[in-house]
Design a protein around this ligand. Structure first.
Ligand SMILES: Nc1ncnc2c1ncn2[C@@H]1O[C@H](COP(=O)(O)OP(=O)(O)O)[C@@H](O)[C@H]1O
Ligand SMILES: [Mg+2]
Length: 326
């Protein structure tokens, strides 16, 4: 996509699904996605909203479509490992008229964010540096920032109402009865298998999947993978070619995700509290470009939007709700 096309998209961001399009169904608004709930299914609508520090900050053109389609790409490629919530004909491409909708099986969600880490980075690094265990796991001393772990580690957090999730240990998960031991072990195995597949396919595209998070749920007594899969919003990707040199020099990794956007905010003193600063068009366009590049790097395909303007997409979404949502 050209820079001009992205700039032209600035005015037409899809900020939210209008209430009417839900056709009387229950509508849940998450930070980034609007979810229309049927009895058996859900329609996940990825908006163009961008969040940072658990706050919604702005709208980024094409972001919703990019994220919905990256997840769908991964769901297809990981379906043999763990059953997932994507329904037949429910991918953004198959639904048509909009690239941001995904039709999924409604799950009874397990209130955990199952974080898997291949590298010591982000909040895990901050905890480690401060001498705190990470989700109850004590790491050996002397590790460096962004160092690779010998094996991927599962460091779950609780999923709290209104954001600000909290690291939780395996012992606490079992004590509080969030899941049984048997179910937790199943989830851990599934998460590690997904992560290894993620790393393997990312590596073929010259990327490192440094960490990610999964959400699982139950249906018909079985565990399903829900939510999103290896999207840049739920994952940290680095470019592989510069990893070693930057690691040994103690420099930041080149990231594929919204870290530059977060950095722009924190350089202006915004860390989640107080009024959200006005984001200049230039920063929004650069952020959109990053998301599109992420799509292209991960899938190896050039990004051609399926969706149109917000009005035509709303009409398409209302039709999908009417005709497809059970
Ligand atoms: N298959 C599913 N069944 C039920 N709920 C789901 C499913 N997949 C995802 N969800 C939930 O839908 C919501 C997605 O919206 P999101 O913008 O991520 O919201 P949040 O701010 O709550 O994380 C999340 O609460 C997620 O747990
Ligand atoms: Mg979420």
């Amino acid at each position: 996509m050209t820079l001009e096309a992205i700039e032209a998209g600035l005015g037409g961001c899809f900020e939210r699904l209008p209430e009417e399009a839900a056709g009387g169904r229950e509508l849940y608004r998450g930070k980034v996605r609007d979810v229309v709930r049927g009895e058996e299914n859900l329609l996940l609508v990825a908006s163009d909203r961008i969040s940072a520090f658990d706050r919604v900050i702005a709208a980024v053109p094409f972001k919703g479509e990019v994220l919905a389609r990256i997840s769908a790409w991964w769901f297809e490629r990981c379906a043999d490992l763990v059953p997932n919530h994507l329904l037949g004909g429910g991918s953004p491409r198959e639904l048509g008229g909009t690239g941001r909708a995904t039709l999924v099986r409604r799950l009874d969600m397990i209130p955990l964010e199952v974080v898997v880490r291949g590298y010591l980075s982000g909040s895990a690094w901050r905890d480690y540096e401060a001498g705190r265990p990470v989700s109850g796991i004590e790491f050996p001393r002397g590790l460096a920032r962004n160092e690779k772990f010998p094996v991927p580690l599962v460091t779950p957090t609780t999923k709290e109402e209104g954001g600000h999730d909290r690291p939780v240990s395996r012992a606490e998960i079992l004590e509080r009865g969030i899941v049984s031991e048997e179910l937790w072990e199943k989830i851990e195995r599934a998460a590690v298998a997904l992560f290894r597949r993620g790393q393997e396919l990312a590596a073929r595209s010259g990327l490192i999947l440094a960490d990610t998070k999964y959400e699982f749920g139950l249906a018909e007594g079985r565990v399903f993978l829900g939510d999103e899969l290896h999207s840049p919003d739920s994952s940290r990707y680095w470019w592989a070619d510069s990893y070693q040199a930057r690691f040994f020099a103690g420099e930041d990794q080149r990231e594929l995700d919204k870290e530059p956007f977060r950095r722009w905010l924190s350089e202006r003193g915004f860390c989640g509290d107080g009024p959200v600063p006005e984001i200049p068009a230039k920063v929004l366009v650069e952020t959109a470009l990053r998301y599109i590049q992420a799509y292209e790097a991960i899938t190896g395909e050039s990004f051609e939007p399926i969706g149109g303007d917000a009005q035509s997409e709303t009409a398409a979404l209302a039709r999908i709700v009417r005709e497809r949502l059970r």
